[in-house]
Design a protein around this ligand. Sequence first.
Ligand code: EZ4
Ligand code: CO
Length: 403
Amino acid sequence: MKITAADVFVTCPGRNYVTLKITTDDGLVGYGDATLNGRELSVASYLRDHLVPLLIGRDAARISDTWQYLYRGAYWRRGPVTMTAIGAVDVALWDIKGKAAGLPVYQLLGGAARDGVTVYGHASGAGIDEAVADVARFLAAGYRAVRVQSSVPGLDSTYGIRVGGGLTYEPAADDRPVEDVWDTAAYLDFVPRLVAATRDQLGYGFHLLHDVHHRLTPIEAARLGRSLEPYRMFWIEDSTPAEDQSAFRLIRQHTVTPLAVGEVFNTIWDCKDLIAERLVDYIRTSVPHTGGITHTRRVFDFADTYGVRSGSHGAGDISPIGIAAALHLDLTIPNFGIQEYMGHLDPAGEVFRSGYHLADGMLHLGDEPGIGVQFDEEAAARYPYQARYLPVNRLTDGSMHDW
Ligand code: EZ4
Ligand code: CO
């Protein structure tokens, strides 16, 4: 089963997605998600210019060998661009392996270890009342877990607030990033009130999450965690900039609020100390950004040894192919925690036809062989790439801050 072609598609049905398609000499086709939000073309180039020539003629069945060949062969280890490109190849090859076997990928990974994949939805609002009403809307739709975000009084724009019916937190700017303004004191005063109002009005019969999005110092994160303890959070996410693993030692000393981190990680080397020292409770690496199913499974297996559970990143900038790949892994691992699910808005559904569906707060995979997502090239061509940046953040005095 030789690889005869590998093609890269960049399309913008509502937001940008990069898709890798691998074709074999026996007519099988596999898809991988190569989307890296705000840096899409760098992964497309890494694939087209550096990996595609190496893939042609390789045996598509040898997933592990191809992974090692691309990882060790790069010499320049790790990094989001490299690992997203390798991840797309890996998922496309798992898709092909499933199709060759006539089985969904989760069957090849050991079969389902649970009935479905519990997900959390993204509630938000312009203030406490609107945010709580949005959480209630998710609960009414059957969700068992909801993330709550709200505009912070006094700040013009805050991460995580859905604008209108949209599903993006990265507003389009002309030719440079949108600039948000950040005030930690205002945020730290506000979030306990937001969370208290959510629990007061809606109770404790569901999991409640909140994303800090890398904005606090360790002692500020410790204070936030402690202030939220009465409200039994499922987790606070990305409380400090994620590259500083030792920050979590300090946070951990001060609070029993569960901690999650990892959406910007791309290998086990980014989180091995966090896991081995039990500094976090949930590891949020995602299949497309962490070298595909092959490497993300290693991260989760290692985490299981230390009682750390998965909580994979699943924002809308991960395509339905990346989400489906995550679901196959989520369904099989022993230490599944939760899966983020933001969903995708049309016209993404014209380009990606996915077999998974939401019921009772869980995502359920279909029975299609492979990953189970079809990619429509003609539809993709109708939505050409649009240059977009993630926003940046400044403090009120103009200093750059983490977004
Ligand atoms: O800002 O995926 O938990 N979800 C998130 C996301 C991230 C985007 C960045 O590309 O933090 O909304
Ligand atoms: Co996040």
